[in-house]
Ligand binder design. Structure first.
Ligand code: LER
Ligand code: MN
Length: 271
């Protein structure tokens, strides 16, 4: 059975980004719980910004699970990524992600690498960048293994990276890796830009599919754009996908309405 999740951003610098709830961890958990979400996905400003004991209590008090934790603040706040020309900064980027894995792991939640995949450049041409990214994914995937969770890797659209934009490119990156602990995060917003057929690409991801960002074509909550969810839901059912459909969407028209719209769409399509 697919499970529902909703995003909470705690990163001031990410203002305007695609997160349903903002800044208030306790209040957001209460609202998510009241609407019946299974879990929350948290976007923290650093690996140490959220007190694990406080989060554990909030999750327990509200009957929620932690779906995943984003690493994107490493890019947004510190301009770190895994393919930077400076080796010392690449180490820092890897350590940042390792810190998020160590924060999320004890909750049984995976860390997400999206924007931290970085981009190739004149100084680090594409084949070298792919090599650097692959080495980092093996190291970090094996690090996640101790918690019994995968590391999630997210193809993101061409306007945000020149590295891995589609499911096909994601599979080409992950299949040769000497670890089986890295899975794909398929974000329907990015897929709407990059894929020929979203449902077919989800099926192609197959057992590599680890997480879904549930959102509409315009990054508004599901049902507020022009995506056709029937074939998407069928593809996920056919795969026996039992991970999360996590609402990483703009707080449109506002956070409470976006969350309500999302859970209504989730129940319509997935239950
Ligand atoms: C992160 O999940 C994502 O989808 C990226 O677009 C962040 O910029
Ligand atoms: Mn996403």
């Amino acid at each position: 059975m697919i499970q529902s999740a909703v995003t909470i951003s705690l990163v001031q610098e990410a203002a305007g980004g695609p997160f349903v709830y903002w800044h208030d961890l306790a209040g957001s958990c209460q609202q998510a719980s009241a609407l019946g979400f299974d879990a929350v996905e948290v976007f923290p400003p650093s690996p140490t910004a959220v007190d694990p004991a406080e989060l554990r209590k909030l999750l327990s008090d509200n009957g929620l699970k932690l779906a995943a934790v984003g690493t994107g603040a490493g890019w947004v706040k510190q301009k770190l990524h895994l393919c930077l020309p400076d080796p010392a900064l690449r180490v820092k980027a890897r350590d940042y992600i390792r810190g998020i894995i160590d924060f999320a792991g004890p909750f049984g939640a995976p860390a997400i690498i999206g924007s931290m995949q970085g981009r190739w450049s004149d100084e680090i041409p594409k084949p070298d960048a792919i090599q650097l990214l692959s080495e980092a994914l093996v190291d970090l995937g094996e690090h996640a293994k101790q918690y019994g969770v995968p590391l999630l890797f997210e193809p993101i659209n061409r306007y945000e990276t020149n590295m891995v934009c589609s499911v096909e490119q994601g599979l080409a990156l992950l299949k040769p890796l000497e670890t089986c602990h890295v899975r794909l995060l398929c974000d329907l917003f990015h897929m709407n830009i990059e894929e020929v057929d979203i449902a077919a690409s989800l099926k192609q991801a197959g057992e590599y599919l680890g997480h879904v960002h549930f959102v509409d074509s315009n990054r508004r909550p599901a049902g507020c754009g022009h995506l056709d969810y029937a074939p998407i839901a069928k593809a996920l059912r056919d795969l026996n996908y039992n991970g999360y459909a996590s609402a990483e969407a703009l707080p449109w028209p506002n956070s409470p309405e976006a969350a309500k719209q999302t859970i209504t769409a989730f129940r319509k399509h997935f239950h």
